[in-house]
Design a protein around this ligand. Structure first.
Ligand code: 5RP
Length: 227
């Protein structure tokens, strides 16, 4: 069992009977979905789930987890997902998988947001290793890119996985992958990107995580943000 699996098992064991649980997207979220489904069956838990993507919905359904539509819920008990980067203040970079709109929506509207990582996701400065994904209305991408270039960002449209065309998200948006100078203030960048017209959502999850569970060589380290 690797650290991602171990942390997913651990988080699944923290879910209580009766909870409405948001399911993230990615390999760690997949391990969580499997572990949660197993626990539900073994312990006859009465839980409901909301998925952050079509991929997670199919995975959850195939493992027998009861799914509720995202448009049917007002608030979740907990949202559980992985991340691409986590800084020391528990800010996250997400969205490598192009599902960040639903992911941020669920994270924002949950009583708790648990982030499951292994040590490789820890960074000193957010967006120092990976670009910031910025999801944009298709017709707005050039205008948004020039607004972003004006604040020092550099990048372009994300390509599809085959590399022979442009990536289109589940909502029909395009994604700009943008690199910023490592000295960029993440709190300011979060606000600035959100304020650019044409931006649908971006991958900085600023002060949304309520707890990070990190798998470290077989152990689980839990961390909550400083108040
Ligand atoms: C998808 C995400 C994922 O949570 C992130 O990419 C981590 O993935 P993995 O668990 O496979 O390492 O943000 O949009």
């Amino acid at each position: 069992m690797n650290d991602k699996q171990r942390v997913a098992e651990y988080a699944a064991n923290q879910i209580a009977d009766g909870m409405l649980v948001g399911l993230g997207t990615g390999s760690t979220a997949n391990y969580f979905i499997e572990a949660l489904a197993r626990r539900m069956q073994e312990e006859n838990l009465k839980i409901s789930t909301v998925s952050s993507s079509v991929v997670s919905a199919i995975k959850a359904d195939s493992h027998g987890l009861p799914l509720v539509g995202i448009d049917q819920v007002e608030r979740l008990d907990v949202y559980v997902d992985g991340a691409d980067e986590v800084d020391s203040e528990l800010n996250l970079l997400k969205g490598k998988g192009s599902d960040l709109v639903r992911e941020k929506l669920l994270a924002h509207n949950s009583h708790a947001f648990w982030v499951l990582i292994d040590q490789s996701k820890r960074v000193e400065r957010l967006a120092s290793k990976s670009p910031v994904p910025v999801e944009v209305m298709p017709f707005a991408w050039r205008l948004v890119l020039s607004s972003i270039e004006a604040i020092g960002g550099r990048g372009g449209l994300r390509l599809n996985s085959a590399g022979d065309g442009i990536a289109v998200t589940a909502h029909g948006s395009l994604v700009l992958d943008i690199s910023f100078d490592t000295a960029t203030d993440i709190s300011l960048l979060n606000k600035t990107l959100s304020s650019i017209p044409g931006v649908v959502e971006h991958g900085i999850f600023h002060r949304l995580a309520t707890e990070v569970f990190c798998g470290v060589e077989g152990e689980i380290q839990r961390q909550t943000p400083d108040k």
